[in-house]
Design a protein around this ligand. Sequence first.
Ligand code: GCO
Length: 389
Amino acid sequence: MIQFPDGFLWGTATAAHQVEGGNWNNDWWMWEHNPESGCAEPSGDACDHFWRYPQDIALLADLGFGAYRFSVEWSRIEPEDGEFSRNALDHYRRMVDCCRDHDLVPIVTYHHFTTPRWAVQGGGWVDPATADRFGRFCERTVAALGDGVGISCTLNEPNVVALMGHYLGVFPPGERNEAALNRAIDQLIRAHRLATDAIKAGPGDGPVGMTLSMHEWACEPGGEEQMGRARDRLEDVWLDAAQGDDYFGVQTYTRLRFGPDGLLGPAEGVAALQMGYEFWPQALETTIRRAVEVTGSPVYVTENGIGTADDEHRIQYVTDALECVGRCLDDGLDVRGYCYWSLMDNFEWALGYRPTFGLVAVDRETQERSPKPSAKWLGEIARTNQLDS
Ligand code: GCO
């Protein structure tokens, strides 16, 4: 049995574009409708969470959780350059207040992959102007939400935004070159700094940090050099940039394996998941330890989860992942919370609605929510703050 520390935060996570619906004024909506993008399907109405958030937040609280991580949509709050929507800011303030009304700590992400059309057309993340514009957006948003927010995430997985959008070309804007990758890395790190300063200067005194997609790294003989280069661009530069922040958000799902010719698929005998990567929950221990070691900051696990149709498999995965957290806590590492990705099955970016990460199923026709057994199981762990291993 693992007894988690008093005050350990238990939550689930979503992202505006993946759950709200009708998020048309950003780069992802354009990308989904570009026949060259390879996207499986458009996000469309998603889970109608823009209107259904009161019921969803109530459900989360009823299950036993103590926090809700969600993102605000920049393109709703600032639909045109310098033009801010009071209605949109009020909408997200109502979400923050709704969390508080249900005794849930609101964990607010300021940028979760999506960037307004006008900002992308004005240069995107390779252009320094975008980081400055993001800093201004954060100033306006924290002024409306700051005193209600518990924890702020400046950027969700900026490493993925840079790598997938500017090097692998599978996320918008679909660039494939190292110079663009390096410029995007530099500007997203600057954006994180500007956002951190803006949020900390605004109302509220909650911790501010970035969240990063992190992996356990492994290689076959001959893969060392490729692995080293990938880890530098995908992890090291970001961990270095986050040193000294109030906290660091670890987001881990699996491990990456490299051979002489680059990334390898799942190893012989290791189960492959809906996302195509390995069932490897133990990666979370490696990544928590590395984040603490390099950044020196407290850690929240801001995302961890599994896309699977087998809910028993989900329970096994999360059990293994929470045992990782328990071992880190036993060694005195300052881990302050765990957010499962995701509250509900939602739009999994280029893969569409096929991968199902949710604790709660969503009927794609009726939008009806159906909690899975794992929702009640994890909610009970959240309520009791303990795991029977
Ligand atoms: C990410 C994003 C989430 C994903 C989740 C499952 O980590 O890519 O933060 O939006 O949906 O991780 O892949």
